[in-house]
Design a protein around this ligand. Sequence first.
Ligand code: THU
Length: 160
Amino acid sequence: MKPLTITSRLEVYDSIDEVPEDIQELMQKAVEVRDTAYAPYSRFKVGAAIYLENEEIVVGSNQENASYPSGLCAERTAVYYAGAKFPETKILKIAITAKSLRHKVVSPVPPCGACRQALAEYEVKQEEPIELYFMGETGKVVKADSVKDLLPLIFDSSCL
Ligand code: THU
């Protein structure tokens, strides 16, 4: 037996005012689209804004369904929209923010496992990492340089 230690390095900013200006603008797009979330069941609204290599921004929000598993997270709504609209364009950055209609979300909200897997597919496809920034409604912002930092040992096409 040999132990395998996996480390991830993330950066934590005390507030949105501390992140680079282009990310503040991207996060603002995520904040705006967050209100379009259709979340009558969870009352938890998530917005995601993706910055592409062609300088376009594509956004998405979570869309729920009475048949719960049929709903989709904001990150996947955005990333699949980007894939459909700009199939050959690299995804450089994603900003994510969440808000609850029940309480104030003050801690950073990371993408769920399924969204990490979906985003990882595009990193592998484009052979370039995607920078991630995520936050709650207020408070700290976490940055990851790559989806791999949030999803070590990813399952990708090389496993097939
Ligand atoms: N949600 C997202 O949009 N992104 C995530 O990464 C986590 C969860 C949504 C799904 C559901 O509509 C609501 O938040 C509560 O789970």
